[in-house]
Design a protein around this ligand. Structure first.
Ligand SMILES: NC(=O)c1ccc[n+]([C@@H]2O[C@H](COP(=O)([O-])OP(=O)(O)OC[C@H]3O[C@@H](n4cnc5c(N)ncnc54)[C@H](O)[C@@H]3O)[C@@H](O)[C@H]2O)c1
Length: 255
């Protein structure tokens, strides 16, 4: 087991990539704490981890709210006594503004996306790091995107947040190295989760075909394929890796 008895906080762990990672981490021996705004999803994810013989709790926490993050982090420490891994994965989807030009984007949409992705990453790191510093160890994995590495039309707010997350990952890596804390990011291309398009219902067949054509491996990723990269960065197998960005994108940014 690669994460035996490690305590892992997974934000947005009630769905998609976060849930796949929670299940994989639990299989590798980690105790899971999910931060979610969707309580039904969080409850279901906890049940699924437990059904596989794992241990999990959830905290209802909007990652963009400092007070809710603080309460969530305290709940994890009260329950498990430590935080070894933080996977900053939560974030809102852009629907219905998936193709809104920048000159028509409402300010509230900018804030909704940037706050849930980038500010959430800052706030969860801030509060988890306080505990990790006491332990003199910890690992942070942030989820960026190919939108954090290249420009894509109409992806302005999300792309800015994801570029920011990559910048923040590098900052965390160099600032926290002396405390025994590593920080890295994964950058997926399109993944088959409820987040993309279709009002959170998943990817329509038409969009799936359109996206697949843009990817060298000619398909969309499954959430489990992203979780495997997160596991590598969260485990001791990556003990000399910090400040790195791992594209998991079927070759998209290699073009
Ligand atoms: N799906 C993709 O194609 C894709 C590609 C690249 C990167 N990503 C990134 O992966 C991450 C997970 O996306 P997914 O595709 O699994 O989406 P998803 O919608 O399936 O899951 C996201 C989860 O985050 C939760 N959430 C949203 N806002 C939150 C908040 N403010 N506080 C706490 N929880 C919140 C949601 O309730 C949901 O359960 C996101 O950061 C996304 O940007 C996704």
């Amino acid at each position: 087991m690669r994460l035996k008895d490690r305590v892992a906080v997974i934000t947005g762990g009630g769905s998609g990539i976060g849930k796949a990672t929670a299940l994989l981490f639990a299989k590798e021996g980690a105790k899971i704490a999910i931060f979610e705004i969707a309580e039904d999803n969080a409850r279901e994810a906890v049940k699924e981890v437990e059904a596989e013989g794992g241990t999990a709790i959830y905290a209802l926490a909007n990652v963009a709210s400092e007070s809710e993050v603080e309460v969530g982090v305290q709940k994890v420490i009260d329950t498990f006594g430590r935080i070894d891994i933080l996977f900053n994965n939560a974030g809102a989807h852009r629907y219905p503004h998936t193709s809104t030009p920048i000159d028509e984007l409402p300010e509230s949409e900018w804030d909704r996306i940037v706050d849930s992705h980038l500010k959430g990453c800052f706030l969860c790191s801030k509060h988890a790091v306080r505990q990790m510093k006491k332990q003199k160890s910890g690992v942070i994995v942030n989820i960026a995107s190919i939108s954090g590495l290249v420009g894509i039309p109409y992806v302005h707010n999300y792309g800015a947040a994801k570029h920011g997350i990559i910048g923040l990952t590098k900052e965390l890596a160099v600032e926290l190295a002396d405390f025994g804390i590593r920080a890295n990011a994964v950058a997926p291309a399109s993944v088959d989760t409820p987040m993309r398009w279709h009002g959170g219902k998943g990817i329509s067949d038409e969009v799936r075909a359109e996206i697949s054509r843009t990817i060298p491996l000619k398909r969309i990723a499954q959430p489990e394929e992203i979780a495997q990269g997160v596991l590598y960065l969260a485990s001791d197998e990556s003990s000399f890796v910090t400040g790195a960005v791992l594209p998991i994108d079927g070759g998209y940014v290699a073009q």
